[in-house]
Design a protein around this ligand. Sequence first.
Ligand code: MEV
Length: 314
Amino acid sequence: MRELKKKNKVIVSAPGKLMLLGEHAVVYGYPCLVTAVNNRLFITAEFETGDSDKITAPQVKESNFVKETISIFKRKYKITSPVHIETRSEFSHTVGFGSSSAVTVATLKALSVLFEVPLSKKEIFDLSYQVVLAIQGVGSGFDVAVADYGKTLYFIGGGKEISPVLCPKLSLVVGYSGVKADTPTLVRKVKVDYDKNTSKINKIFLEIETLVKKGKVALIRNDLITLGKLMSRNHTLLKELGVSTDKLDHMVDRAVEGGAFGAKLSGAGGGDCMIALTSVDKRDLVVKAIEKAGGQIMDVQVNAEGIKIENGFN
Ligand code: MEV
């Protein structure tokens, strides 16, 4: 039984995410492009003096993920010492930046440092994905991967491929629709349609796969015009999948009219955020256009660092 107690307190952070291209199709084993954002979620892990684990998390949802992570970690590594985990986030769980996956990955990393169980990034991905599936039942794991590895990733559903993509400094404007999306419900809705009309939905997924692959090349070449067009086409395909909303469509259309290279919803749809790719000089116009369409602008930088130990332990 491992009960090492050399480190008393570990602070770990993990980034939130934005889907650049490929949502929904990625659940069916197709690729996507996802980027980490500079808005982070922090975990403090300490040995607990009481008899049982303690979780201090403002959100019940977050605390469920922390609870499951502690339980899977302790079972796997035969640990019995109680821990205290506290969460703090720079972004609200309502905006769709992936607080569940960030909290899971960060908790696992913090536990691994506290109990001195070295885990590779792939091991953190596999265990965290197990936690997310145990609670949500569905999901491709792209959000878990980017919280862990950070930067911008080409990701294939389930983690069959997790490759970093060299990404230029993208000028993305992010607009929040004001509505919280229910990702598992939307994923299940697409599944119902997929089962009813597999060839139609597969055709959409195959086109999404093609545009993700082209998007990867465009990103590497810093070809923002092509990338923007691919984003807009991806939005049209998501509309055909039935996951967009009038508000998201409105924000996307106005952003493109305002001068963006392209725009799309980002994530499951049904609400959350949209993203618009702009040149630096058109940025203000695009911001105004999205605000006029009722969107709330989020201050976000992309291509952020993955999991990070904040207080000096490695
Ligand atoms: C949700 O942000 C993105 C989806 O593709 C679900 C997933 O990949 O887990 C809809």
